[in-house]
Every structure is written in C-alpha cells, then in structure tokens.
Design a binder for this molecule. Structure first.
Ligand code: GDP
Length: 468
C-alpha cells in the first residue's frame, strides 16, 4: 500500500453507473475528479449544510434537480474528499432509485455539467496512478469482482490486501541488494580486486531462485482456485456420461450468473462443492447425444484427460469386464505425462444389475464408486471424492499466483537469474551480468507496476467493468 505517489496524468471529471445496468431497487452512480463536489452542488439540493461544507466520508439525503428545475429523484449521497477516497480524488457516490430512466437522466445531467463517461476500470486506474495500491492489487480488485467461489475470493482478497505485492517487493529488494554488491565489485575492478565474497552472491541468488520457483509452482493451484478444478468425464458411448453430468449439475446447484468475461458455458458447467469450484471441460460433446469416444476420436479423449486435473472414468457395470476397465485405464496412463492425475472410477447403471458383478471385489479394491446416474443414486459419493481429490493435492500455501501476466514476468525473471548463475559458474566478467540483473528487476517491477507502459495499463484496466 505504501507505493510512492504517482502523478495522475488526468484528473478531469468522470462519471459512471457502478451497479449492473438495468432495472433494480437502487443504482449507484459515481463521480470522480477535481470538480466532483462542484458538479454535485449544481444538481443536488440538500437540507442543512451546503455540499462544499460537508465533511469527507459523510452521507446525506438530497434531491436531484434536472435541467428544467424539476425534481428527478430522492437520493442518498456519499462524499469523499481527496486524498482519502477510492481514486484519491474528490468523489461522490449517488445512490438513486434504480429505474433505467433515472439512471440515464442522471448520467445526462452529470455530462451536461462537465463530466465525461468513465472508461472501463478508470476509477481503479486513477487509484493506481494516485498510489492507492500497486498494479497487482488493482488487478486483484477485478479478480474479486469476478470471484465465484470461496477459493477464488480468498485468493483475490489476499492479493488485493497486498500479500503478493509484499512478496514481490521483497524479491525485488533482494535483487537490488545483489546488484549493489556487484556494483561494489565493479568499482574496484580496475584494481583487479574481487571485492565481494562469491559465496555470498551464490547464496543470495539461490534464495531468489528458490522463491521465484516456488511462486511459479503455485500458479497451477492459483489457476484452479480462480477458474475451478478442471474435471473430465470420459467413457464409452452410452455409458451414461451426459446423464451423470446432468445429475451432478442438479445435485450441486450450478452457478448461473452474468459474470463479465466468463463465457456462459464455463459458468453453466461449474459446480461448487464445499467451497471448491469444479469445472467440467469440453462438455459440448456430451450435450449432443452422438458424443462417443469413437466419434470424437480417441486423441481428443486423451487431450481432455490431459487438460483435466481430475478424470471421472465411467463404465456400464452391467456390460463391462474387469479386464476391459484395466486395459482402458492403462491405455489412458500410457498416453498422459502427468501420472499424478486423479482418476475416479465409476460403475454406472447399478439398477440394471440383478446380481453382484463377478469382479465386485476387484472393483472395490480400485475404490470404484457404484452409482445409477439415471436414478440419481450415490451421486453425492462422487462429490465427496472430487473434494477429497482436490484437498489431497492442494495443500494451502501462503502466497499463490493466479494471474498469467505475473506468471510470465516471474518466468522471465527466473530465466535472468539462471543466466546470472551460469555466468558466475563460467567466471564471466561481472559487468556482463548487469544486463540480466536489469532484466530481472524490470520483470519484477512490472508485476507491481513500478514499471508500466500505456499498453500494459490499457490491457489490464480495459478488462474491468465500467464504473469500477
Ligand atoms: P453417454 O453417451 O455416455 O453420454 O450416455 P447417456 O447419458 O446419453 O446415456 C445413454 C443411455 O443410458 C440413456 O438412455 C440413459 O437414459 C441411459 N442411462 C444413463 N444412466 C443410466 C443408469 O444409471 N441406469 C440405466 N438403466 N440407464 C442409464
């Protein structure tokens, strides 16, 4: 949070509807900029104190007066004075009645009085420019708005509060310490003195390497927490895969909402069990009745398994031999690199069995779950199994990265650190290492926004909703 104050390049007056568009009980319109209070004064009529005399963080009742001098609405206004506001500028938040007509008229009035419509993420961008938080924290604001499970919410909240930034700033500081040790050596290089202790260099580099690698390895977990655990349902045609998918989606209420930036399909095929989101991948085929291992091609099944973190392998228990199940599972394992992938074996159509299957003992040994997807029997056992598989693999760690931009920057800085390490081993002159040091510092700085470009900012804030 203690980012040096950056100069805001723009401080004209912006306004936007911050609540979702459409009809609602109430709507919130925000104004930020150097004349926010003055603009408010021109359209708001309140009893008691004049607006400009009111304290920061005060809330008052007012009427909105339109261009013809008529009352448009009764509203509640929150006033924030710079620098203690979200953007760091003077701000007003007007809570009006949520009719699209009122929202529209109020926006028109504000524009009439000198505001312009805010661009996507512009309030947060101003907050960043005014040093309210760093870039990774600003990105977390968007993640928080888009979070749809406890895991993704926890992750975003921690990042927004600066847990991740602290880690990156520490790394950057370590790198700066390293750079100054090297510089000492450079200063004395003409006298041919090896000033600093090489062991000290090595130890510092190893520590930096370890921490960056650790952060990089957390990316997988971060992704899973943010987007849901990818799950694949595979098996021969007609074993009941789509029936099972529907049973699962009905059992655990599927989350269906209009989260910006998320495709409808992705949301429709996500279930939340015990606060963990599970996302069924490539289910388009399952919806069309002709999806079969043959028709989609066995390669695509392997691909689906590769993408998944957990695989539900389904077979028709009334028709499948134990040998066939073993063969299929072996074949799957032969075609994927990641042998730690979880396979949950599911025997479907138990309602068709008139007697215990011959291989019952062997199937139990494989921890097979016996279900009837059609009758929705034992579906909860699959849910339990999914959660157990997730928890066994993903032990909580302190800092987790979930953003591919951060992943990329960290990967590049690791590359530079590795270059420096090998340069040391090969006794390459210290001044040649400077390029890699600078690159590592640049990459780490780009995560928190110490170093930014307009393109980068446009890219990040353009993904926000308007009004945030
Ligand atoms: P998919 O091709 O693997 O997606 O299989 P479907 O879900 O389309 O199911 C194929 C057929 O098996 C359909 O007629 C389902 O009603 C039926 N089916 C699915 N689950 C069960 C079950 O548990 N018991 C019985 N008896 N039939 C089932």
């Amino acid at each position: 949070m203690n980012n040096p104050k950056k100069t805001a390049l723009i401080n004209d007056n912006i306004c936007a509807l911050s609540t979702a568009p459409g009809q609602a009980a109430i709507a919130l319109i925000r104004i930020s900029g150097k004349d926010a209070i003055n603009i408010g004064k021109q359209i708001l009529q309140a009893n008691g104190k004049a607006i400009e005399e009111r304290k920061s963080h005060s809330c008052f009742h007012a009427e909105i007066i339109d261009q013809e001098g008529k009352v448009l609405d009764d509203v509640l206004v929150s006033l924030f004075r710079n620098p203690k506001s979200y953007t760091g500028e003077d701000m007003l938040e007007i809570g009006c009645h949520g009719s699209p007509y009122i929202q529209q008229k109020l926006m028109e009035l504000l524009i009439d009085k000198g505001c312009r419509t805010a661009r996507a993420g512009e309030f947060t961008q101003r907050a960043f420019m005014n040093g309210k938080f760093d870039l990774s924290q600003a990105e977390a604001v968007n993640d928080l708005i888009n979070s749809n499970s406890k895991a993704s919410h926890d992750l975003a909240l921690d990042q927004m509060r600066g847990g991740f930034s602290d880690k990156i700033n520490n790394l950057r500081q370590q790198m700066i310490d390293f750079a100054s040790l090297i510089e000492l050596e450079l200063d004395f290089s003409e006298e041919d003195v090896e000033f600093a202790d090489r062991h000290k260099f090595d130890a510092l580099l190893k520590e930096i390497h370890k921490e960056i690698s650790y952060l990089l390895s957390s990316f997988r977990l971060g992704n899973v927490m943010k987007h849901g655990v990818p799950v694949a349902i595979v098996g021969k045609p007609n074993v009941g895969k789509s029936t099972l998918l529907n049973a699962l989606l009905n059992e655990e209420k599927a989350i269906v909402s209009d989260i910006p930036g998320t495709t409808r399909d992705a949301i429709e095929d996500t279930i939340i069990i015990d606060d963990v989101a599970f996302r069924f991948i490539d289910t388009a085929g399952l919806r069309d009745s002709d999806d079969t291992i043959e028709s989609i091609g066995i390669e695509r099944t392997y691909e689906k398994i590769r993408q998944a973190s957990i695989v539900l392998y389904l077979f028709d228990v009334s028709k499948t031999s134990y040998e066939e199940i073993q063969e299929v599972l072996e074949d799957f394992r032969d075609h994927i690199e990641d042998q730690s992938k979880d396979f949950i074996i599911i025997a479907n159509k138990t309602d068709r069995l008139s007697e215990t299957p011959k291989a019952f003992g062997d199937l139990v040994d494989m921890e097979t779950i016996f279900i009837s997807a059609k009758r929705k029997q034992n579906i909860s056992l699959i849910c339990e199994s999914l959660v157990n598989a997730y928890r066994n693999k993903h032990k909580p760690t302190d800092v987790i990265i979930s953003n591919s931009r951060h992943y990329e920057a960290l990967s590049r800085s690791l590359e530079s650190v590795e270059n420096i390490m090998s340069a040391f081993e090969q006794q390459i002159p210290t001044d040649l290492i400077a390029i890699d040091i600078r690159e590592a510092l640049h990459q780490l700085g780009s995560i928190t926004g110490e170093i930014t470009t307009d393109d980068l900012l446009g890219n990040i804030f353009g993904r926000f909703c308007i009004g945030k």
